[in-house]
Each structure stands twice: as C-alpha cells, then as structure tokens.
Write a protein that binds this ligand. Structure first.
Ligand code: DOR
Length: 442
C-alpha cells in the first residue's frame, strides 16, 4: 500500500518548484514517484489517495523557536502537547529553547528530550543553553552539545549582558560550529518594565521598555563579531554564526541589514504577533496578559518596518516563540504577568492572512520563511521532493476560512490574543515519519 498525494500545487522553494503534480509515498514514508503535471498517478487497490486539487503540498514547516516547558513546568505544556500543537499547525519539526526547569545546559537534558521525542509526531531539535543555568556567567559544555547533535545555543528569555562572556561565547560556539541565537535585551533598561515605552504605556501607567534595548544588545554583539573576524582571533574557517530571535524594531533591522552587507553570518526571525500587532492593540485589549511578551509589541512604525523587512529579504525566518503560560499567570495585573504567548496553531494562518493575502509576500516566500530557511539556519537536512527521500510534507488549504477556538487548541495553554480571530489559510494535515496526521490527529 502506498500514499498518493494527488494533483496538488507542489511548492518547494529549495528546488525552485511551484507546479501542479502528484507524489507517491511508500508505506514506510519514502517518496517513490514524482509526477509533474495534472495527470494523476494511477492508484492500485489498497493505496490511500489524498486528493489535493486546490491545495498546496509544501515541505513540512519548521519552527526554530518554541518553549515546551518540559521538564519542570508540565502544567503549561509537555513535549507531547507541544508536539501535537505543532502538528496541528503544519509543523513537522520544532527547535526547543532550553529555559525549562532545570535549564537544558548539559547533555543529560538533551538526552531526556531526545528520548521522549522519538515517539512524537514531529521532530524536536534541542537548543542548548549558552551559559550554565542561563545565568549569563559560565559557558555551557558546547563540545558535548555538538556530540549530542545540538546545532544551536541560546539563553533565550534573557540576553548575555557581560561582553566578555559574549566574546568567549562567540569563540567557543564557532569552534564547535554552533549557531548563537540571541534574545536581544539590555536588562538595565528593561528592569521591572512591562510593555513598549511610548504613548500607550504612559496612558496605561505601565512601566515601559525602551525600544533601543533590542538594538543596543544587537549592536554590541555585531561589534564583537566584527572585531573577532577582523583580528582573526579564531580559526578563519570557523566563522561565528549569529541569529537574532524575535526581532521587533527598525533600528535592529537596520543593524542586521548592515551586518549582512558587511558579510557577517547573521540571520534573524520575526514572530507572527510582532508582524500583526502593535502596542495600540495591547492598549485597546481587555485581557492585557495575552498581549504581553518579550520583546514587547512595538509601535506601528516598527510593525511596518517588519513588513518591509519581510518583503525585502532582511528577515530570514518566521518563528512563533510559542510560550505557553497558565491562566493564573496571564489573568492578573500586567506587572505581575508572565511574558509570552502560544503561536504554533496560528502561525501559518496569520502568515497567509496578514502577509500573503495582503500582498506583503508571496506564498512561495512564506514557505521559505516557515520551512526552508529555518531548517538551513539550524543546519538540518533539507526536505526534497525526490524519489528515495523521506516524505516530509505540510498540506495547506490557502482558501480555508477558520478561527482558532478554545475547543480546537491542541496546546495545553490558551494564552493567545488570536482566539476567534478570522483567518484565511490553514494547514489541514502533515505527513511525517510515515504517518498522515490531519488537524494534528492520526
Ligand atoms: O515572551 C517571551 N516568553 N519571550 C521570551 O523570550 C521567553 C518566553 C518564555 O519563555 O516564556
């Protein structure tokens, strides 16, 4: 028996592929046949035919920035509930940030996640902590991480404040060819603050986060990278690679543009909430907790700068920063709320509704941002639509109108400002590990 994905729009930017065609996949999940054009692949008795006229067959989406809270805070999300939420959103793989309890700062934590991931429907890549306990003081064991298959390190949730630690981090990470993912924030500027500093924080009487906080940390890091490269203080063949998590301001985007022009190996990601919302939405919202995250929702001007950077290629990836929190951590006074929102189940819908359908980017570029580029940045095996390759697909209905409801959520948490928002475009299924999952369910 085989699966026949019949008459889809096959869209794989990695292969410059955007055409009608069909793909036959063996029972074990290997691609057996690719037929371009609108003729169907003939089915034998027992074959499972998935009719895909009007639908897109894309490489499985990959979210390079998620928090699944296991070990330690399973009441917010487990590896299993997070994986199911990912599958429901069209993702066949995610990268997990290490700020669990305890922090994933040793091979033991990596092994724990790998062990539990084996039976889950999506791949879970582990990002190791940059420093022990993510305390920003002593570097974690990068060499051991590498030997456990880790490809990136991060202290996401906070940034390394000490420039000497950061310098050593660059040298050590480049030695082991690990990507550094930085959460850019200057703690002295943001201490005790809740939302973007500006008219709306003033109106609400909430302490504001100055937007320069992001660019200040980023500028320091880029100066260090430049310094280390110019002075050849590390093996020139082992150049540092640096990725800006959840970029949110024009000033930071301009720094990334310059760094790319200067030839530094720098990439950046944006979240759907930052390209969709501004601090005015927080001001107008009744339940403010679901609009609070780090970096904060910024001004409309900065939101528009993100749209420009998505269109001009400055932004390399869309990542959710899926950050589950329980109701009591969100439905409380804003200055006591936990930062972050869930995003796996709304990411593709928001990308198509807010970016593709409004003409900011094409669906082809959306797939680059949601699948091809994050896999490349994380040094993962590319997904090819070729015979002998593992079938790893997201099936997308670009016309489907829907909204995320409390009942339909697969995540254990529901902290999102996007509940009941009308969206157009949805992943209806994934195919991965030899299994077809529709709506995240077999
Ligand atoms: O809002 C956020 N929440 N931003 C982060 O960087 C971390 C995340 C979390 O872990 O909750």
């Amino acid at each position: 028996m085989s699966f026949i994905f019949q008459q889809a729009r096959l869209l794989n930017p990695l292969e410059n592929l955007d055409t009608i065609g069909s793909i036959q996949v063996s029972n074990e999940g290997k691609i057996e046949r690719l037929l371009l054009g609108s003729d169907p692949i003939p089915a034998a008795p027992g074959d499972r035919v998935i009719a895909l006229q009007g639908k897109i067959l894309a490489p499985g989406l990959f979210d390079m920035h998620c928090h699944f809270r296991e070990p330690g805070q399973e009441y917010k999300e487990t590896l299993e509930s997070g994986a199911n939420a990912a599958a429901a959103g069209g993702f066949t793989g995610v990268a997990l940030m290490p700020n669990t309890k305890p922090v994933i700062d040793s091979p033991l934590g990596v092994a724990y996640i790998r062990h539990h991931a084996a039976s889950l429907p999506v791949d879970l890549e582990v990002i190791g902590a940059m420093t022990v306990g993510s305390r920003g003081e002593h570097l974690a064991p990068y060499g051991k991480f590498r030997s456990y298959g880790v490809t990136a390190v991060s202290d996401d949730g906070s940034a390394i404040q000490n420039s000497q630690t950061m310098r050593l981090g660059f040298e050590y990470a480049s030695n082991f060819d690990l990507l550094i993912i930085q959460h850019c924030e200057d703690n002295a500027l943001t201490a005790g603050a809740v939302m973007n500093e500006g008219l709306f924080s003033a109106k609400l009487g909430l302490k504001g986060i100055p937007e320069v906080s992001e660019a200040i940390t980023l500028a320091r890091d880029l100066l260090l990278m430049e310094y280390l490269e110019e002075h050849k203080l590390h093996d020139p063949l082992k150049r540092a690679r640096y990725h800006v998590a959840h970029i949110s301001t024009r000033a930071a985007l301009d720094l990334v543009r310059k760094a790319k022009r200067d030839g530094l190996q720098v990439t950046c990601e944006v979240t759907p909430h930052h390209f969709t919302l501004s601090d005015e939405d927080l001001f107008l919202a009744e339940k403010k907790g679901n609009y609070l995250m780090k970096p904060p929702l910024s001004s409309r001007e900065n939101r528009d700068a993100l749209l420009e950077a998505l269109a001009d290629g400055t932004i390399d990836a869309i990542a959710t920063d899926h950050a589950p929190h329980a109701p009591h951590e969100k439905e409380c006074p804003p200055d006591q709320a936990s930062f972050g929102i869930i995003g796996l189940e709304s990411s593709l819908g928001l990308t198509i509704t807010e970016l593709v359908n409004k003409g900011v980017i094409t669906i082809y570029r959306a797939i680059e941002l949601l699948s091809v580029n994050p896999r490349r940045i994380m040094q993962l095996k590319p997904i090819l639509f070729q015979p002998e390759e593992e079938a790893n697909f997201a099936i997308i209905d670009p016309e489907l109108e829907w909204s995320l409801t409390l009942d339909s959520l697969r995540s254990r948490s529901s902290n999102t400002p996007f509940l009941n928002r009308r969206l157009k475009g949805k992943a209806t299924a994934i195919f991965h590990k030899g299994k077809l999952l529709e709506g995240g369910k077999p």
